[in-house]
Design a protein around this ligand. Structure first.
Ligand SMILES: Nc1ncnc2c1ncn2[C@@H]1O[C@H](COP(=O)(O)OP(=O)(O)OP(=O)(O)O)[C@@H](O)[C@H]1O
Length: 223
């Protein structure tokens, strides 16, 4: 079993806040569909934000594709190609004027050729069904459209592990099924998907592994 992302005994306290992660350990393996459950404020997003170095633990370590995270700019560039993180609130993820610019932001930052960037943007936009929105300003989208654009921006980086925070919450049933199919495709290609969610349907019907955040730790659940 190839472990793509490993959280090892993390301790994390937000500046001036309380301890959120306290001995949190979890492994996400290639080919896994994992759901992370837990009450509001239990630390699910905080755990996810450690996987690509957005947060740095005060104790413990994060290992991606066998390498402990390197928090230098170059190191974070490498890890952000491997681990894609979709935020809970798409407004935290969308910055550019247009949808096309937003989806191309990540691939442009990788320094890819323009043709390659265009191909990736077209592919990701088509997968997420936002191809007809490419010229639209991001601020003029509905929440469900924003969520799909944010996902397209992450997919355009072609991550091997995709971590998403409540990404399915605001989607209509049709878009929901479509996004689940995108996750399944990534898993079938040897990647892994971890969804932080309150959606028990996903835990019961979709996940291979269900983890629960409680008291600063992630426990693998039997359900
Ligand atoms: N930027 C921040 N600064 C200080 N405290 C924070 C910050 N972000 C989150 N917290 C606190 O850390 C704790 C864990 O938050 P987190 O967002 O990780 O939980 P969650 O399990 O994802 O919650 P939800 O299900 O509501 O999305 C909460 O008590 C929250 O108030």
């Amino acid at each position: 079993m190839t472990i793509l992302v490993e959280w090892e005994d993390l301790l994390y306290r937000y500046p001036g806040g309380e301890v959120v992660l306290n001995g949190a350990s979890l492994q996400l393996a290639a080919g896994q569909r994992m759901v992370l459950l837990g009450r509001n404020g239990s630390g699910k997003s905080t755990l996810l934000r450690h996987a690509n170095g957005l947060l740095r633990p005060q104790r413990g370590r994060v290992i991606v594709a066998g390498q402990p995270l390197d928090y230098s700019r170059a190191g974070l560039n490498v890890v952000r190609r491997q681990v894609g993180l979709v935020f809970q609130n798409p407004d935290d993820q969308l910055f550019s004027a247009s949808v096309a610019q937003d989806i191309s932001f990540g691939p442009m930052n990788l320094g890819l050729e323009l043709d390659e960037v265009r191909a990736r943007v077209a592919e990701a936009a088509q997968m997420c069904d936002v191809a007809d929105l490419l010229e639209r300003p991001t601020h003029a989208l509905s929440m469900g459209q924003k969520a799909r654009v944010a996902l397209a921006g992450v997919l355009a980086m072609r991550p091997v592990a995709l971590l998403a925070d409540e990404v399915l919450a605001g989607l209509d049933p049709w878009a929901y099924e479509q996004v689940v199919a995108i996750f399944d495709r990534l898993v079938a290609q040897g990647g892994a998907v971890l969804l932080a969610t309150h959606d028990l349907r996903l835990a019961e019907g979709w996940a291979d592994v269900v983890a629960v955040m409680e008291q600063g730790r992630a426990c693998i659940s039997g359900i």
